[in-house]
Design a protein around this ligand. Structure first.
Ligand code: PEP
Ligand code: MG
Length: 327
């Protein structure tokens, strides 16, 4: 199998009926970078910048941040990279940063964009490091845990301010800036039109979105696997996001763990995703699946399955059957 995946590495990722699918990888540290060529990923769909902060003994200085981001962009050599701004708080604790108040529900607490908007110096420093590292290249920012569209405008103001600051000192700026939002908090589902107009792209964080939609703690083994994301309600919800993206011409990707298992990835293709980001080791198996996939048949199959009002519809079992039938 490993040999097969290696052979597939440089082959195009298109379905049997010719639909191209973009397979990106998730990363977070310099050690992940060789995987970019080894896996055959077409870019980094999620760079978790908080990992550098989590392995450090104190806040990484702006120079250290810039160095890492430059290394990432150099390794990507023109492939697309999406940098997620700091997603600390919740389960991602920094031993040297005291969230002074004990939180009863840290996953829903002072974390990610909430925290960096309240501590703008943190965000400004990171934005500056990113802008400098990406001089002369395209730069994609992605905001975690967005809850209302207004937060995107606030983050944009911080970014714009740093751009103005650097240009005043004649710094070499990125050729192009793109700002995206993660869809992880259910409230965004009722602001999809406004959201799609406010950003250059969105990416579904299926780990957190599923956690909050189903009210099941992703880290609690007693409940984490109780409900299946490959199910009618969650897939309907994902389809709705894809459709809103299409309506506004806003690119939509997904970067939670869901994309990394062939059957789940198939479900995602079925509801319309054409760009998915996953751990590098999943790229080979998912690419093998995509190249065997009759996309139109799958799309038709999924449409019927999601229109079915029976609460017993077992999408996962149905997809396994579909895969066997089309082998
Ligand atoms: C997610 O929530 O799906 C996601 C990609 O972010 P993280 O797993 O880092 O919270
Ligand atoms: Mg998340």
């Amino acid at each position: 199998r490993q040999k097969l995946y290696r052979e597939l590495r440089d082959k195009p990722c298109v379905t049997k009926d010719g639909a191209p699918v973009d397979l990106l990888m998730n990363a977070g540290l310099a050690v992940d970078l060789p995987q970019l060529t080894q896996s055959g990923a077409s870019g980094i769909g999620l760079f978790r910048t908080e990992l550098q902060f989590m392995v450090a003994l104190t806040f990484p200085r702006v120079e250290a941040q810039e160095r890492l981001y430059r290394e990432v962009l150099d390794a990507a050599a023109g492939k697309s990279v999406t940098f997620r701004t700091l997603d600390i708080g919740g389960d991602k604790v920094l031993p040297y940063f005291n969230v002074s108040q004990q939180e009863e529900n840290p996953a829903m607490g002072w974390r990610a964009l909430r925290l960096t908007l309240d501590r703008p110096a943190l965000l400004r420093t990171q934005v500056r490091a990113l802008l400098k590292a990406a001089g002369g290249r395209e730069l994609k920012f992605m905001l975690p845990m967005v809850t209302q569209v207004e937060e995107i405008h606030q983050a944009r103001q911080i970014i714009d301010r740093e751009v103005r600051h650097l240009s005043r000192f004649a710094h070499h700026l990125p050729t192009r800036l793109k700002l995206g939002a993660m869809i992880e908090v259910p409230s965004l589902l009722w602001q999809l039109d406004e959201l799609m107009q406010a950003v250059d792209f969105v990416s579904v964080g299926s780990n957190d979105l599923f956690q909050f939609v189903t009210a099941t703690d992703r880290g609690n083994t007693r409940v984490a696997d109780r409900f299946d994301p490959i199910s009618v309600p969650f897939l309907r919800l994902l389809r709705q996001i894809v459709q809103a993206g299409k309506k506004h011409g806003t690119p939509v990707t997904i970067c939670g763990e869901l994309a990394g298992k062939p059957i789940s990835a198939m479900a995602l293709m079925g509801v319309g995703f054409r760009s998915v980001s996953m751990s590098p080791s999943a790229i080979g198996p998912v690419k093998a699946m995509v190249r065997e996939l009759p996309m139109q048949d799958l799309t038709d199959w999924m449409e019927k399955a999601l229109a079915n009002n029976s609460s017993k519809t077992d999408i996962r079992a149905g997809l396994v059957e579909f895969a066997k039938d089309h082998d």
